[in-house]
Design a protein around this ligand. Structure first.
Ligand code: FAD
Length: 434
């Protein structure tokens, strides 16, 4: 008779410490077999040298090394999750699968399928809250309705928040002896999955006290590079959100803390309104008659619109997988308003390129820029991509960093006239929403 085991399934929580599901698994009745599945449903959509796949792979190799010091490892699989579990149950005496919540529509469907398959075999499937402080419908109005405006949500979030209770850190080091003692678990190379190493690296995050203290003053100036770069680390769970909240609170910096609450705001919006992934939150905005000019979309993607702030941002994104938040707002507004290109096209391009791509935040912010989302900017507020330079990059430092040919005759002509494009956007939007 094979020895009974529980599985801990790592997904978007790639760390060993303060990982709530992992902690719970280590406190179960049976030894824990850690696994990760490179899901072909997701990988098939990605380019061969996707930087996020390289990052996940490297992170897992480091986690394997660490667990090998404890006589264990992480088993890596490549395939559709249900098929992988079929293989696992044929090899192990599996009792339970433990994992952390994932709120995205595809993940919910995947988990429901896996759970059903396991329950047919009398295997338990347990999931825990880990990636947020408050999830799903934990922060709602007094009548139970979800908040669709950020400020009251944030106020309620803070009202319900109790640092001792919600930021308790779950240390796992001393429990690693409860892992399956088998260090030669299946491994995978990137090439085994048809991938290659990306030349783009995910930067380290920076949440030093100075960065947090100066955040409010500097965060809007793209040349300063004064934000935390936490995005991809929160996305893949290489940091614990509780530890980051603790750091923010220790500096008594409400602004930085509130950005982390924005992330939770959009996650609960996705939970309550999953249809907003591809339909406007405010329905009448789906009546906007987009121009969707493919040539102009190409210019936008390549950073060749003739508007330096837009072009610098797109080139930063293409080269590094990152774009400063202020510039994300400018390029998104430019696409939806100046070019009248559907926000879904922009959202999809960001999804392909951003290292910190997060469905809830990306959709939420794109709909904000398009005017169609929760708590969105009114449609008639149109960013002027030139005055944004005067306000946030006066010395053109950011622009010069990303546009080599800036101020030479090689730099492209403007593809649209600001005043005309603005008026066209106003009348098109007005027609749709009035
Ligand atoms: P910091 O400024 O240091 O903020 C710390 C953390 O707070 C971020 O890592 C993020 O988790 C959270 N945060 C900050 N601003 C926002 C915000 N507006 N909405 C939600 N969370 C926020 N953020 C993503 O994480 N993934 C995306 O796919 C994404 N797409 C975006 C698309 C558009 C059009 C716009 C305007 C913004 C988008 N953002 C997205 C929000 C924001 O731009 C990034 O979170 C931020 O620039 C990441 O850099 P940072 O980690 O240095 O952020």
């Amino acid at each position: 008779m094979k020895k009974a085991v529980n599985i801990f399934w790592f997904r978007r929580d790639l760390r060993l410490d303060d990982n709530i599901g992992f902690y719970k698994a280590l406190h179960g009745k049976h030894p824990v077999l850690p696994i990760f599945i490179f899901d072909t449903e997701i990988l098939n959509e990605l380019p061969q040298d996707d930087a996020r796949v390289t990052f996940i792979h490297e992170t897992l190799q480091k986690m394997r090394d660490k667990l090998q010091e404890h006589g264990s490892s992480i088993a890596l699989y490549h395939g559709k999750p249900k098929a992988v579990f079929k293989e696992i149950v044929s090899k192990f005496n599996l009792q339970n699968v433990i994992t952390n919540h994932d709120y995205e529509p595809y993940a919910k469907k995947r988990d429901a399928e896996v759970k059903e398959f396991l329950s047919e075999k009398d295997i338990g499937f347990y999931t825990f809250k880990d990636q947020v402080v408050f999830e799903k419908d934990e922060i709602v109005k007094n009548d139970g309705d979800p908040y669709v405006v950020y400020t009251p949500y944030m106020n309620k979030w803070k009202e319900q928040f109790n640092a001792d209770e919600h930021l308790k850190i779950h240390y796992t080091n001393e429990h690693l002896k409860n892992l399956v003692q088998h260090s030669r678990l299946p491994n995978l190379k990137l090439s085994d999955m048809g991938f290659e190493k990306s030349s783009i690296k995910i930067p380290e995050y920076d949440v030093t006290p100075t960065t947090i203290q100066e955040y409010e003053k500097k965060r809007n100036f793209p040349a300063e590079n004064a934000t935390s770069h936490l995005g991809p680390h929160l996305r893949f769970g290489t940091v614990s959100v509780r530890k980051m909240m603790k750091k923010a609170i220790a500096q008594k910096n409400e602004t930085f803390w509130e950005e982390l609450i924005w992330r939770e705001f959009f996650m609960q919006i996705l939970w309550h309104f999953p249809e907003t992934v591809d339909t406007a939150f405010r329905k009448k905005y789906d009546r906007v008659e987009w121009r969707n000019n493919k040539k102009e979309f190409e210019c936008w993607k390549q950073g060749k619109t003739g508007y330096p702030m837009v072009d610098a941002g797109m080139r930063q994104l293409n080269k590094t997988g990152y774009m400063h938040n202020r510039v994300r707002m400018v390029v998104a507004s430019f696409l939806c308003k100046h070019l009248l290109i559907d926000w879904r096209w922009g959202e999809a391009y960001f999804a392909e390129k951003l290292l910190d791509y997060e469905l809830s935040s990306n959709v939420g912010n794109w709909q904000w820029a398009a005017g169609s989302g929760v708590d969105a900017a009114p449609y008639f507020r149109i960013f002027n991509p030139t005055t944004q330079i005067e306000k946030f990059d006066k010395d053109r430092q950011y622009i010069k960093n990303w546009i080599e040919e800036f101020e030479t005759d090689q730099y492209p002509e403007k593809i649209v006239d600001h005043k005309e494009a603005r008026e066209r956007a106003l009348s098109t939007y007005k027609k749709a929403v009035s």
